[in-house]
Design a protein around this ligand. Sequence first.
Ligand code: FAD
Length: 396
Amino acid sequence: MSTERVLVVGAGPVGLVVALYLAQHDVPVTVLEAEPELPETLRASTFHPPTLDMLASTGVLQDFLALGLKAPTLQYRERAGCIAEFDFGQIADATAHPYRLQCEQFKLNRLLYEQLSGLPRTEVLFSSEVTEVKEGPGSITAVVANADTTRCFEGLFLVGADGASSNVRKSLGISFEGFTWPERFLVVSTPFPFEDHFSELAPVSYFADPQEWFFLLRVPGLWRVMFPTRQEESNNEVLSDASIEERLQRVLKTNCPYQIRHRTLYPVHQRVAGSYRKGRAFLAGDAAHINNPLGGMGMNGGIHDGYNLAERLVRVLHGAAPESELDGYERQRRPIALEYANAHSTNNKMNLETQDPERQRQFRRDMQETAKDPHKSYDYLLRISMIASLKAAARL
Ligand SMILES: Cc1cc2nc3c(=O)[nH]c(=O)nc-3n(C[C@H](O)[C@H](O)[C@H](O)COP(=O)(O)OP(=O)(O)OC[C@H]3O[C@@H](n4cnc5c(N)ncnc54)[C@H](O)[C@@H]3O)c2cc1C
């Protein structure tokens, strides 16, 4: 295989975005994906404005927008009503897409994959779990080994976008520092029309509550409801019909049981890789950083990593920049994961769950004052949309 090739490990949103950008800029690319087909697990569903701005160059954005639901506003609420509302229209001068797009991430993956499949010198190989990465002089090798066969793929650079349990990260001996929250999070989706029962409910609404916070995210045809769970509850208990029904009845009492379309229970971490690069290998997306989902910064931040890295690789491979250009990737993206995504998602969680009456009052006051003041709400919207973090990264 040509050593001009870039190897991308993982066909999640981050790996596919990197691969598509490279392929669209005439860089030969091989994507190695462990699963036999694109995974369709229910994970992220919130796409921030700058992520949509980036996707505009891929050729898939119009189809993707058509599959999703535009959320022009976001609310912080408590059970008694709305605490504060923010309107993304306020930052229309900073983005071509002043709203969040609510759509399941696997739908984006499908579109990226279809777009990629038509491009020359590009291949996506399924059932190809990378078990090891080895660097030699002038090239890097991804080893795909199972009980029967060992296949080796050689490239000039390798991007490890193989998710939180990244074999690439482990093979490179890079640490994944941070912690795991004691509680797991439960996401259920239901076609129940919450919008008819909560007054002026925004499509993205976070409900603060000292007993059990939750949030409601609307995607076409469904609401996704996310809850924390108690440590002492077993997985089977949390996922049982009875316990899900009880939780939903605490969100809103109804006469009929809720219809449940999906249920997912998952552990929540705050971790950042000790380094984003080792020699010819890079880490991006969940392989490099994971955080709790409050704020929807995991996949969005991963896609921002992907563009930063892919643009640099293209400049270097086309001879438009020296190899030192690649050092800027870790310099710009790692501090963002530590200082923005980690800090914002942790703060969000603490504010929603706090049992301290003074912190509850402070959170409500801060949100209300921020929403009322046009300068403060503008800055706040730039922060939660991750535009501020991209601007900060560009200065590093
Ligand atoms: C319930 C839930 C809700 C979430 N909501 C949001 C949200 O609203 N907004 C947001 O920004 N983020 C959210 N996230 C996080 C988001 O889903 C992840 O950040 C995102 O999937 C990361 O993309 P990725 O491409 O880095 O990794 P992944 O999506 O994990 O993709 C990795 C790919 O690599 C493959 N793979 C793994 N190991 C190997 C290997 N050794 N060799 C080859 N292939 C391999 C996997 O099969 C997979 O296809 C949520 C997560 C969960 C669980």
